[in-house]
Design a binder for this molecule. Sequence first.
Ligand code: ZN
Length: 329
Amino acid sequence: MLWLRIKYRLRLLLNTVLFNIGFKKKLLKNRYGERILVFHGIDSTGETGYNSRFFSKVYFEKFIEYINKNYNVISLDDYYAKKFKRDTLNIAITFDDGYFNNYKYALPILKKHTTPASFYITTIQAKAKYLWPDFLDLVSFHTKKNNVIFQDNLYSKNKKNEFVFNGVSLKSISKTITYKEIKNLFEIFKDDWQKLKNKSGLEDYWKLISNEKIKEISNHSLFTIGAHGETHMSLINISLDNAKQEILYSKEHLETICEQPILEFAFPFGYYNDDIVKYCEDIGFKKILLCDYNSKQDENNEALKNRFVMNPYISMEQQLAYLLKGTYY
Ligand SMILES: [Zn+2]
C-alpha cells in the first residue's frame, strides 16, 4: 500500500514537471480522444473540508479558459453526433446534482467563454431542500455529537469527520438503503441542521437550484437540462420498481418545469445495471451518462457514455495530465 502511494505521488510530481517544462503536447499527443467531464459544485473558495466535489470559481474559469484555448470543447449534442476534431482532445462538460451554485458561479463563466454544458438535476425539492450526501457532509463536520445510533449501531466520529461503525461510514451505508430510511438520519441531526441552514456562506454547499432557474438554463442555447433521479439514491441498491419511479419522476418533473422533452439522464453515483438502462431507453432517454462502463458490451451502446469525474484534490496540471490519459489509474 505504502509503495503504491509513493508511486502515485511520484507520478503526480512527474506529470507536473513535464507539464511545466512544456513537454505536454509531445508526450500526450497519443492520448487525444474524447472525454465528457463531470463537475458537481462550484464555490468561491474551493473548500474541501466538508465537501469533496467542489471547485473554486477561480479554478473553474482558469480551467475553462485553458481547455477552450488548447482543445475542442463541444456541446453534448455535438459529442453524441461525433462532431470531433482530429489531433486534439474533444471535450463536453456536464454538471451533476443541480446545485444553485452552478447557476451562481459556473453559468456566468460558461456564458462569458461561450462554453456549452449540460446540467443533471436531482428533483428532490418536494421532499427536502438538500441532498442527503450534502446534509451528511455538513452535519458530520459541524456537529458536537461524537456518537450517534443508527439502525441499532453506534457510529463514532473519526478524525476525517465521518461517522463510522465497524469501518463503514454512515455515508456509504446511506448508498445501500432506501430514502425512507435515510429520513431517520435527518431526524438524528435535526438540531444541527437547524443551526447550519441559516449560517451564511454555507448555502453554497447544499442549496439546490430553483425551478425558475432550471427553466432559464433550459432556454439558453448553450445549455441543456437532464434528469438525475428524484432523491439521489443509488439506483442499483433499491428495488427496480423504486428505481423506475425515481427515474420517471425526475423526467416528468423536469419536463413540466422546462416545458420541453427531457432526453438526457445521468445515473446518481454513476451506478447502473442492464434493467435500469433498458428502462431509461424505454421511456425515451437518448443520452444516458455514467462514470465507468460495467462491461465491454455497454461501450457498444450508442446511448451510453462514460464520463471523467474532475478531482478537486490535485493541481490543474495534474488534472490535465489525467484528463489526457483518460483515467486516474
Ligand atoms: Zn449526483
